[in-house]
Design a protein around this ligand. Structure first.
Ligand code: NAP
Length: 496
């Protein structure tokens, strides 16, 4: 058993940010458990061709680790991953990471008021505070299509790209047309002899205003005090204004929809093809995508868009819903991730043996501030339920969460308590307010289904307010919102 004061799971932006801020606050007694052998989270795992961020890099980065060298507006996976590795080195957090350690579950020990963290190797860790920086987009969603096990060729998911497979001259089927697929489909199309893209729902794809960063701009950021920060602030407010459309404050979505339709009309002259690519739900209901190369890909002679559904997979292809076979040497799933049900994959037992996955299934995925859960003391999720964004950088949310968690630990120390958990009343009030707002937003009103929604149609994913409101709401610990356990009470007589 390895004992630490704080254990962090994962080394994506969340886990790294938490570690850096803990060190800054003078706390060194922590370990980060990372299943892989390098830092980076989603930006280490997603290596598919064309993988890049759809939030500008000068905003999709730590506010305290600005990078003047971003090569273009929306950097690619390799550049973002290199940035994260450099930050890990510069900030000296690698010595705190146990690499190759996969967390399988955690159990709250009520008597000792500590978490026991189990790992795949059988090694156990013990800590006072457990911070899960695992994110919501890491468990690939593999569709259950009859016959998939009979396919003779390679078959893989976009987040587990098999780089040993040479696609040159091959017949390839892609299933899914989401954020990942629209990035790799144009590149795959250039390599293969035939590409069939199975689309279930067309996405809204805006033109991407991407351009290389001019050298003069880098020099200004480097040499002119405050220039880089001012640019980032301007980006923040530009992105933040998009929330006005999504949360229903201002109805400028028809303008964005007209831009996409105009872009489609200009690039896809064939009316039948254009109709297939045109969404029948409101822009913003699903994540809004950006690409200049996706729509033109369907003009290529070797690319076919299929909207008839995937009925069966056979050894050498995919049979569509009309019984037509589409030959394939390789099948690629661009089918996204288990998001809300990601908790089903976690074995977390809280106070009195409460099972987190079962609690979420029975009572809905409800947390306090998207981070903490009644019944699960001293446990914080980063980028947990209802703190994902469609309009701005999640790194902003992560930074508010790191500050909040450190303030909570400081408050526990100041009060001399061993455990803290949100009260059920505070958690319920938070969720009533969130649900009131998401129900008014485009994610619920837009006429689509998406991974933002749970099986009851409730949005358990998106933060429905401005991100500065999240900053405001998490800027201090509201003591009455918590039950604080002193060492003597050991779970009994928790003080609210
Ligand atoms: P996604 O956006 O959820 O897209 C999944 C696609 O697969 C959708 O087109 C979906 O169709 C389809 N699909 C799912 N199950 C299917 C089935 N059984 N049969 C046929 N089609 C099926 O997933 P993703 O592209 O991996 O992206 C996930 C998230 O990752 C994004 O929303 C975004 O937050 C993040 N991401 C971000 C970036 C970035 O630039 N920052 C890039 C990539 C990914 P339906 O629409 O009909 O469900």
């Amino acid at each position: 058993m390895i004992t630490k004061d704080i254990i962090i799971i994962g080394t994506g932006f969340a886990g790294m940010g938490m570690a850096m801020k803990l060190r800054e606050s003078g706390r060194e007694d922590f370990t980060i458990l990372e299943k892989a052998h390098d830092v980076g989270g989603t930006w280490r795992d997603n290596t598919y061709p064309g993988c890049e961020c759809d939030i500008p890099s000068h905003m999709y980065s730590f506010s305290y680790e600005l990078n003047t060298e971003w090569s273009k507006s929306f950097s690619g996976q390799q550049e973002i991953w290199a940035y994260m590795r450099k930050v890990a080195d510069d900030q000296g957090i690698r010595p705190y990471i146990d690499f190759g350690v996969e967390v399988t579950g955690a159990t709250w020990d009520e008597d000792r008021q500590r978490w026991t963290v189990n790992t795949a190797s059988g090694e156990t860790y013990e800590c006072r505070v457990l911070v899960a920086g695992v994110g919501g987009l890491h468990i690939p969603n593999i569709p259950e299509i009859t016959g998939a096990d009979t396919f003779a060729g390679p078959i893989f998911h976009s987040a587990r790209w098999d780089h040993s497979v040479d696609l040159t001259g091959k017949k390839v089927v892609v299933i899914g047309t989401g954020a990942s697929a629209i990035q790799f489909v144009p590149i795959v199309a250039e390599q293969v002899s035939q590409l069939t893209v199975f689309q279930r729902t067309p996405p809204w794809v805006l033109p991407k205003k991407d351009k290389p960063t001019a050298q003069w701009r880098k020099t200004v950021f480097e040499k002119v005090p405050g220039a880089h920060r001012a640019y980032r602030n301007a980006l923040y407010w530009t992105l933040e204004s998009r929330a006005l459309g999504f949360n229903g404050h201002l109805n400028f979505l028809p303008i964005a929809e007209r831009i996409v339709k105009g872009h489609l009309k200009k690039t896809v002259p064939d009316a039948e093809l254009r109709a297939k690519l045109t969404p029948d739900y409101r822009l913003g209901c699903k994540r809004v995508l950006q690409s200049n190369t996706y729509y033109p890909t369907f003009l290529r002679d070797n690319v076919e868009l299929n909207t008839d559904g995937t009925a069966t997979i056979v050894s050498d292809g995919v049979i569509d819903g009309h019984g037509v076979k589409h030959e394939a040497d390789v099948i690629i799933y661009g089918t996204g991730f288990h998001v809300i049900d990601a908790f089903d994959y976690l074995d977390i037992k809280g106070r009195d043996g409460l099972d987190l996955a079962a609690q979420f299934r029975e009572h809905g995925v409800e947390t306090y501030m998207g981070m903490m859960i009644n019944g699960f003391p001293n446990l914080a999720f980063m980028l947990g339920p209802n703190t994902a964004l469609g309009h701005n950088s999640v790194v902003f949310m992560i930074e508010q969460q790191t500050k909040f968690i450190i303030k909570l630990i400081d408050e526990m120390d100041a009060r001399g308590v061993v455990a803290a958990e949100p009260t059920l009343d505070a958690q319920t009030a938070f969720n009533i307010e969130i649900q009131r707002l998401v129900e008014k937003g485009i994610w619920t009103q837009g006429g689509c289904t998406s991974w933002y929604l749970d099986s009851h149609g409730k949005n358990r994913t998106i933060w429905p307010k401005f991100t500065f409101q999240y900053w405001w709401e998490t800027r201090k610990i509201n003591a009455p919102d918590f039950a604080w356990s002193s060492p003597q009470t050991s779970g009994e007589g928790r003080a609210a």
